[in-house]
Design a protein around this ligand. Structure first.
Ligand code: DSN
Length: 478
């Protein structure tokens, strides 16, 4: 697609939007300006291609399509069938998966579908037996009570939030921590690394139905073959949430034991992080779970977003190109450069480095909470998110860490030297920020004082790099 076509498509679309609600058109323009002008280091964000973005803005949004391909609860789904079948086919090819379900609206939805399908597949109750016999109307109150008891009392073992796991991996306040009896595994207190012997010992003792692997803030690779061995030993289903690193799997940076898809019974993901697609989710599964996953909508999910499934198909087609493998390798290489940039400047990193796309900086050495660091960095045009570190004394709201990721700036073309400079700029901000106080003069976990001139100095250095690697080059809005 040529630059002038993209420029004219977006300019005209914004005019149409402005004719109805100009403030939305203005906010949309401003968002592009802001994204263009800042260092986006949020590890779960990226920049989808214009083709992916444009695919989402169509009349597919107007169609209901509950059900699955060729088996819908609504008439007139022939074009949605085409879209969903293509997205699933691309996903199966891209990940070498026997089965793909592209309907989940987000990663949490994908995980809920996975939980549903594991329970439906593995928990035998009179309810299920009757349902399979299509006798659901004959269910008695006692059947329902058994169902609630059996479904509601299964066990899940997942990685704890402060070690880098996700809320949906059994964090107590999350539905996953309430619907399951849960236990969590952490990381080694000395090294910050996963200890498979500890995971195995916990699994042997707890005997979970579901063993969840995967992470949102762990800066290292996981050996999924080992996790499957642990699951098999205790009769658990291995569910891997690869939302963060799906792009590194698709791009063949994670292969063999580090590729979750052949090892897990069920693999879930988002499609918008390192995979660089539209905002959404997906479930990949071995054949034995396919029929249960297929019932995700309407058992767990509302109607699929057909316009987003179409954009997933486009993004997966992009990820099947050799250039995506080059991109994924650069994401991992750049994370190493970023980590080295911090280490040579004396910063403390959780696990002492990275071998994926995440760098987790422990900012307590700068005398700051994660919240103070995140805010000071934002003042200097560096967009990050605060994150817990293992055994975080500041809890999940203020935290002691800042999580950084390389997928977005790598899409813009940043390389080794730029990521080294990014580390330099971040260290400059953090070393020149003081923890603040409350109005009453007490120590505060939120307020901070950024040194004079630091924001200007950092934004002007960033601007040089950002100008060299423009976002959506050639896209000019009239
Ligand atoms: N919001 C995602 C992330 O930032 O990692 C996880 O839900």
């Amino acid at each position: 697609m040529t630059d002038s076509l993209i420029s004219s498509a977006y300019s005209q679309a914004l005019e149409v939007i402005a004719s109805v609600e100009p403030r939305i058109a203005e906010a949309t323009r401003q968002e592009l300006t802001d994204q263009r002008g800042s260092l986006k280091l949020i590890a779960s964000e990226n920049y989808a291609s214009p083709a992916v973005l444009l695919t989402m803005g169509t009349w597919f949004s107007d169609k209901y399509a509950e059900g699955t391909v060729g088996h819908r609860f609504y008439a007139g789904c022939q074009n949605v069938d085409t879209v969903e079948a293509l997205a699933a086919e691309h996903a199966r090819e891209l990940f070498g998966a026997p089965y793909a379900y592209v309907q989940p609206h987000s990663g949490i939805d994908a995980n809920l579908v996975a939980f549903w399908s594991i329970l439906a597949n593995r928990v035998e109750t009179p309810y299920l037996q009757k349902l399979q016999a299509k006798n659901v109307n004959e269910l008695t109150e006692a059947d329902w009570e058994t169902l609630r008891h059996e479904f509601g009392n299964q066990r899940l073992l997942g990685m704890s939030l402060d070690a880098g796991g996700h809320l949906t991996h059994g964090f107590r306040p999350n539905i996953s921590g309430k619907m399951f009896h849960q236990q969590q595994y952490g990381t080694d207190p000395e090294t910050g690394l996963l200890d498979y012997d500890v995971v195995a010992a916990k699994a042997r003792e707890f005997k979970p139905l579901v063993l969840v692997a995967g992470y949102s803030a762990y800066p290292r690779r996981v050996n999924f073959a080992k996790m499957r061995e642990i699951a098999d030993e205790v009769g658990a289903v291995l569910m891997v949430d690869m939302a963060h690193f799906a792009g590194l799997v698709a791009g063949k940076v994670f292969t063999g034991d580090e590729d979750p898809v052949p090892h897990a019974h069920i693999t879930t993901t988002t499609t918008h992080k390192s995979l660089r697609g539209p905002r959404g989710g997906m479930v990949l599964a071995q054949e034995e779970f396919a029929a249960d996953v297929d019932r995700g909508c309407p058992m767990v999910l509302g109607g699929p977003l057909s316009h987003v499934m179409a954009a997933k198909a486009v993004a997966f087609a992009e990820a099947r190109q050799p250039s995506f493998q080059t991109y994924a390798q650069k994401v991992a290489d750049n994370a190493k450069s970023l980590a080295e940039g911090f280490l040579t400047r004396g910063a403390n990193l959780v696990t002492g480095g990275t071998d994926n796309h995440i760098v987790l900086v422990d900012v307590s050495g700068f005398g700051l909470t994660g919240r103070q660091a995140e805010s000071a960095l934002l003042d200097a045009g560096v967009v990050t998110n605060r994150n817990s570190v293992p055994a975080d004394p500041n809890g999940a709201w203020y935290t002691s860490g800042v999580r950084l990721g390389t997928p977005a700036l790598t899409t813009r073309g940043f390389g080794h030297d730029e990521f080294d400079t990014v580390a330099e700029l971040i260290v400059d901000v953090l070393s020149n920020t003081q923890a603040g106080t409350t109005k009453a003069g007490d120590p505060s976990e939120a307020s901070y004082v950024l040194g004079d001139g630091v924001a200007d100095r950092v934004t002007s250095r960033s601007a040089e790099m950002l100008d060299k690697h423009p976002l959506y080059p050639g896209l000019v809005l009239s």
